[in-house]
Design a protein around this ligand. Structure first.
Ligand SMILES: Nc1ncnc2c1ncn2[C@@H]1O[C@H](COP(=O)(O)OP(=O)(O)O)[C@@H](O)[C@H]1O
Ligand SMILES: [Mg+2]
Length: 312
């Protein structure tokens, strides 16, 4: 993972400043659009804090698996519940009772990754656990609105996924290629920068631009398989994309598939329009108007979709 130490330290520092402390447990949110590195960072943070929490750390992913399996994982990692007992549990309710009993007073780090509207009840159960003093719970979601609206985590207790630096972005782009970034010549470096910069995007409500790691990784792999380690050719291809008025489906679907899958069905058309056909250099206000016109929808519906950060 690029920027691992720096980003984990940022999350740790954020926890120190967090206002949302319930019965001695600090609760913080981490948000960013799909593919921006929430899961990667959340898992790295668990490792980073492993010693501090004496191994009692657990990462639970809410986009897959079932609630019973998750409760058993929490029992296993947070309470060191023996396998023999885990095997006797027959359903989630039973596991939940066991978890509540064993978790009481334990100082733990729990990551609830990828929480959505669909997981409110289950996540809320975890937030109600009576944990030991100075425990930490980190929730990740695709937007701050999801964290605030559904899980009551105030905006000030939520942080965005930290930004990648340019050198880190280049490392991710060239991950598949046998190129040593540290010894790269000036000309090659310039091509690499040009390519990486193509994967900068603007986030709603944040100044400046941010690299998108999943896009860097996916396109890096694609460009390497097409052109080998010849960065001038990579840059040439990328130049072609910029000059094209809309992107080809083939180029984008690999990257977009994941984001698309996790976009709410009612907003999928908007997602596709924004990512594949959005006219370049349009102001956000004009984009909203344009989408409302194309889709024959109310502007408020479009604004809601865009505010949920479904686009990049
Ligand atoms: N800091 C990073 N360094 C290297 N690769 C990263 C980094 N962040 C994300 N990635 C890569 O980008 C992809 C998407 O990251 P992921 O953590 O799954 O995003 P999210 O959980 O926000 O959807 C993964 O393949 C991951 O390996
Ligand atoms: Mg994720």
């Amino acid at each position: 993972m690029q920027g691992q130490e720096r980003m984990c330290q940022e999350v740790a520092d954020f926890f120190k400043s967090v206002q949302s402390v319930k019965k001695g447990t600090s609760i913080a949110g981490l948000y960013g659009i799909p593919g921006q590195g929430k899961t990667t960072l959340a898992k790295a943070f668990c490792n980073f804090k492993m010693g501090d929490f004496e191994g009692k750390v657990c990462h639970l992913e809410f986009s897959r698996g079932d609630s019973f399996e998750r409760t058993k994982l929490a029992l296993q990692y947070l309470t060191r519940c023996p396998q023999l007992i885990l095997q006797t549990l027959t359903d989630r309710d039973q596991a939940q009772v066991e978890l509540y009993r064993r978790l009481k007073g334990q100082r733990v780090l729990l990551v609830l990754d990828n929480v959505t509207e669909e997981s409110i009840d289950e996540v809320t159960d975890y937030l109600k656990e009576e944990l030991g003093e100075n425990s930490c719970i980190l929730l990740s979601a695709r937007s701050v609105d999801v964290l605030e609206m559904h899980f009551k985590i105030g905006k000030r207790s939520c942080m965005r996924v930290p930004r990648l630096e340019e050198d880190e972005a280049i490392e991710i782009l060239l991950e598949k290629a046998p190129i040593d970034v540290s010894t790269m010549g000036a000309e090659e470096k310039a091509f690499a920068v040009k390519c990486a910069d193509r994967f900068l995007f603007e986030e709603v409500g944040r100044r400046g631009q941010t690299f998108h790691p999943l896009a860097l990784k996916a396109f890096g792999g694609h460009l390497f398989s097409k052109y080998g380690p010849h960065l001038s050719k990579w840059a040439g291809e990328i130049e072609g994309w910029i000059n094209r008025s809309s992107y080809g489906l083939d180029d984008l679907l690999a990257v977009l598939g994941k984001a698309f899958d996790s976009t709410r069905p009612e907003y999928r058309t908007i997602f596709m329009l924004l990512t594949l056909y959005m006219p370049t250099r349009m102001s956000p206000h004009k984009v909203t108007e344009w989408l409302a016109m194309v889709l024959n929808k109310e502007i408020s519906f479009i604004e809601k979709a865009v505010s949920l950060n479904i686009c990049f």
